[in-house]
Design a protein around this ligand. Structure first.
Ligand code: PLP
Length: 455
């Protein structure tokens, strides 16, 4: 299988190469050259373990990696989860289930992809002998998950930008208290969108990114999206066959990576009723799904900080499919978008499988409380955003994207319950190491350069 850029000006890459560089050199995102039809195959995976489903799925994409190697790499990636099922499906009532995706080492769904990505990087380093410098920006959880996926992997340095003061203190501790010398958490001024924009400028410097062997760990990396397809398929196979097609996945959304993964699985044959894009008050996507117009505003701080995003990078992949896989049109739309901050989709047929909702901070607190009172279930502020306007669904699966203990203040305020989680408690006594920097591309490049060990 080959991978193409959404902007059509990059040579096809195989899976490993596309994963290694992350962002396509023309500024686009990698997509599979074709989406396989797995309608019949999916059913044969029922009853398999999570790692096995993951292997069967990746077998279709990572075609240049040998069977045995791929299988053991994937099996290893899912050894550090605290629930034997990895992604348990909890039934709240006969209409609403929760898919818990916070059983990985950093307690957010991003572990499911980043534990795997870390192993893929390590494999690449072993093959080429080159050190890889991983660069990412985080709105809170990616950084910790990326760092955790890469800790102890030889030949990898990791640089993570995060908006200073805009992530929770536990999220910050997860990144800054690792005690590892190849981990560089960089606190920058401004919002996540500012950091993400500068990061794209750094990647856009081809000379720099090729020389330094820079790789993108954000959900622009296609391996992350594919890894996330797996828990949708795994959960879907757990739902009784008669209900599968009536199920809607409800997804707390920021960068659009998670919901896009589900939608790709749907395009490959995972038949469901649809997807709900659940946003917080930063509701650019909600506005898009209501009006067909995507227009950028300012990201404001909310109680669900990992969703405080205005420019959803992965939306470009969705647009690619919405425009019939025409990379030239995508490039044009993205260029216009860069100058005007707006684009409009005329043919709305592609979005008919999606609906959207929006939740304010006040509603988040009320929802955490109401869900706790009604079901005795404590959810985190991101997951709370999903509990809105669910009456129209015959059956829905809410993706629980983070463990409530990551956001103890909000959960305490809403429910009066202390949420304690031992791995997070242990962080509180550790030393914080972070690098406050002005977040412009040149400063970031100089910093990365200064951390290269010259032979
Ligand atoms: C990253 C994150 C999200 C948003 O996911 P996207 O893939 O960016 O849409 C939602 N909830 C939590 C807890 C997250 O860490």
């Amino acid at each position: 299988m080959q991978f193409l850029s959404t902007r059509a000006e990059t040579e096809p890459h195989n899976f490993s190469e596309a994963v290694k560089i992350g962002l396509a050199p023309d500024g686009g995102l990698f997509v599979p050259s074709e989406l396989p039809d797995l309608t019949d195959e999916f059913h044969t995976w029922a009853g398999e373990s999570y790692a096995k489903v993951c292997y069967r799925f990746f077998r279709r994409f990572a075609t240049e990696i040998e069977d045995g190697e791929l299988e053991s790499l994937i099996a290893n990636a899912y050894t550090e989860f605290d629930d034997a099922k990895l992604a348990p499906l909890i039934e709240l009532d006969d209409r609403i289930s929760v898919l818990e995706l916070f059983h990985g080492p950093t307690l957010a769904f991003k572990d499911y992809a980043l534990q795997l990505l870390g192993r893929l990087y390590e494999r690449q380093v072993a093959i080429t002998g080159d050190t890889i410098n991983v660069l990412g920006a985080t709105s809170g959880d990616t950084g910790a998950a990326a760092i955790n996926g890469l800790i102890g992997r030889s030949g990898v340095n990791i640089f993570i930008l995060y908006p200073d003061g805009r992530i929770s203190s536990l999220q910050e501790r997860q990144m800054t208290c690792t005690g590892e010398s190849n981990v560089f958490p960089i606190a920058v001024e401004g919002s996540f969108d500012d950091a993400q924009r500068e990061l794209k400028v750094v990647f856009g410097d081809r000379e720099f990114s090729e020389r330094i062997k820079l790789s993108a760990v954000n959900s622009i990396n296609l391996a992350r999206i594919l890894a996330q397809c797996v828990y949708y398929i795994y959960a879907w196979l757990k739902i009784g066959e008669s209900r599968r097609e009536k199920t809607t996945f409800v997804v707390p959304t920021g960068n659009f990576g998670n919901v896009l993964a589900g939608w790709l699985a749907y395009r490959m044959g995972m038949k469901v009723a649809g997807f709900r894009v659940a946003t917080n008050q930063n509701d650019i996507l909600n506005r898009f799904f209501n009006t067909g117009e995507y227009s950028v505003g300012m990201a404001t701080r909310s109680l669900a900080p990992s969703m405080d995003i205005q420019v959803a990078s992965n939306f470009e992949r969705f647009l690619y499919y919405a425009l019939g896989g025409d990379g030239n049109r995508v490039r044009k739309v993205m260029e216009d978008f860069k100058s005007t901050g707006i684009f409009k989709v005329d043919d709305q047929s592609i979005i008919k499988s999606m609906s959207s909702s929006r939740m304010t901070d006040e509603e988040i607190l009320d929802t955490i409380k109401a869900v706790y009172q009604k079901y005795g279930y404590v959810c985190d502020p991101h997951t709370a955003c999903a509990f809105k306007e669910l009456d129209e669904f015959e059956h829905c699966v809410i993706l629980a994207t983070a463990h409530p203990a990551k956001f103890p203040e909000t959960v305490l305020e809403a429910t009066g319950q202390e949420t304690i989680q031992s791995s997070l408690e242990a962080l509180k006594s550790r030393e914080i190491v972070k690098y406050p920097l002005h977040g412009d591309a040149n400063t970031i490049k100089a910093f990365i350069e200064s951390k290269q060990i010259t032979p």
